[in-house]
Write a protein that binds this ligand. Structure first.
Ligand code: HAM
Length: 426
């Protein structure tokens, strides 16, 4: 029989203690910022009914679904949590006090083609606001992203948040190239989202593929790609309706973000359309300033998702912020902290006779709030001291027959080497 592979499935990770310390450090930033903004944490099952995710063909996320049938049920691992959150909102529709501010840190599964920062499993910090239609909600969310990045040591020179509006792009295209075929807007966005990955020419080909869902004439497809290369809101506003609500909303959002003191972080960029079909309004993505990595985070407004699942109309906006890309970026910038194991005390018994007293001492210290390792087995004292030192413990407590006889333990300060006796008490 061949030996079992020690590697986890490709694209997935094991978390050894040092990896988990780093993950906890990152998650602590997510928790901290979400709570600072008054958000409550929620979670949902990793496995859902597949139909929750299989909304529309063409989206990569649907093609990448890990799914299986068991006992006649078609189930899938979540590729994102947004549909589950929508399901939860729908289950209590009417009973929830709006606006809702929910956050979550789900592990998400996508059978991706692996590239740097793109994995088959990742954790994703989500913040979503339900029940608030205006850009005030978008501004809060973008401010939360910036606060998290700042806490990690990153600034506007490292990360840019690019903002656009699907409503604006839709409105503009409907005045022109999509006048007669407004229904192809969603698949068009999914294709345009691939420009950074495939290049503009390949996307023009996709858009003009006569057998594809969009099937534009090649000049119209080129026109779409050109329109979406605008980096200046005034430029695209010129092509929109004079009284465009989407333009007004974007201007309001930029003004608001200015008031938050975030003007340096943000840019208008019409090419941000997002790869998920459900977005309806403002969309945004954060990228490393060098443009070397995939998006650090992405989100936007999805006012029609609940209705598309059969629920009432409730406006919603949110973002997902992955763990993998940000850790790549932090490593590049030398901002990954050194996180040693956290241990305060080590308790060492010289022999079996001193074990009960050592266990009692360890428990007393633990109840006092110290992090305590009771040495197991019978290692030599020298080895136990070296291990305690390596683990970062401040003190080692030694219990031999002499100490036990005197009702004390010897405490050695591992930094200074100083020793003193301490009463064992009751
Ligand atoms: P998304 O753009 O698919 O959006 O993912 C959000 C973030 O998750 C990305 O910017 C990236 O940091 C991370 N991410 C996604 N896929 C991978 C992967 N294969 N490997 C590593 N990291 C990845 C959504 O999922 C939306 N549901 C976000 C949202 C919440 N929109 C509204 N609310």
């Amino acid at each position: 029989m061949s030996a079992l592979s020690v590697k986890p499935p490709r694209g997935t990770r094991d978390f050894y203690p040092e990896d988990l310390r780093l993950r906890d450090w990152l998650f602590e930033h997510f928790h901290h910022v979400a709570r600072r903004f008054g958000f409550e944490q929620v979670d949902a099952p990793v496995v859902e009914h597949a139909e929750l995710f299989t909304r529309k063909a063409g989206e990569e996320i649907v093609e990448q679904l890990y799914h299986f049938t068991m006992h006649d049920r078609h189930l899938a691992l979540r590729g994102e949590i947004t549909p589950s959150i929508a399901r939860m909102v729908m289950a209590r529709a009417g009973g929830l006090r709006m606006p809702l501010r929910w956050y979550s840190i789900p592990q998400c599964w996508r059978y991706e083609r692996m590239t740097r920062g793109r994995r088959r499993e990742h954790y994703q910090w989500n913040m979503d606001i339900w029940g608030e239609p205006g850009p005030d909600a978008e501004a809060e969310l973008i401010a939360a992203v910036c606060m998290a990045l700042e806490r990690m040591g990153l600034g506007p020179a490292d990360v840019r948040i690019r903002i656009s509006s699907r409503a604006l792009v839709e409105e503009t295209l409907r005045r022109d190239v999509l006048r007669r075929r407004p229904e192809v807007f969603e698949p068009l966005c999914v294709m345009v989202d691939k420009i950074p990955k495939l290049g503009a020419d390949a996307v023009v080909e996709l858009l003009s593929d006569a057998d594809g869902p969009v099937a534009l004439e090649p000049p119209a497809a080129r026109q779409v790609v050109e329109l979406l290369s605008a980096q200046d809101l005034d430029e695209i506003a010129g092509a929109a309706a004079p009284d465009s609500a989407a333009v007004a909303e974007l201007r309001q959002l930029f003004d608001l973000l200015g008031a938050y003191g975030l003007a340096d972080w943000i840019r208008f960029d019409a090419s941000v359309v997002r790869g998920l079909a459900y977005y309806t309004g403002v969309v945004f993505e954060a990228f490393d300033a060098a443009g070397a990595l995939r998006s650090v985070c992405g989100g936007g407004r999805y006012d029609r998702l609940l209705e598309s699942l059969g629920g009432p109309a409730v406006p919603a906006v949110g973002f997902g912020f992955g763990d993998a890309v940000i850790l790549e970026l932090l490593a590049e910038k030398g901002l990954v902290p050194d996180l040693p194991r956290e241990l305060d005390d080590v308790v060492y018994a010289f022999g079996t006779a001193e074990r009960p007293a050592a266990a009692q001492l360890a428990m007393r210290l633990r109840r006092d709030g110290r992090r305590v390792e009771l040495v197991l087995g019978r290692p030599k004292l020298k080895r136990a001291m070296a291990d305690a030192d390596r683990a970062g413990a401040a003190r080692i407590w030694l219990l031999g027959p002499d100490e036990l006889g005197r009702g004390v333990a010897k405490v050695r300060d591992l930094a200074t080497g100083e020793e003193r006796d301490e009463k064992l008490g009751d």
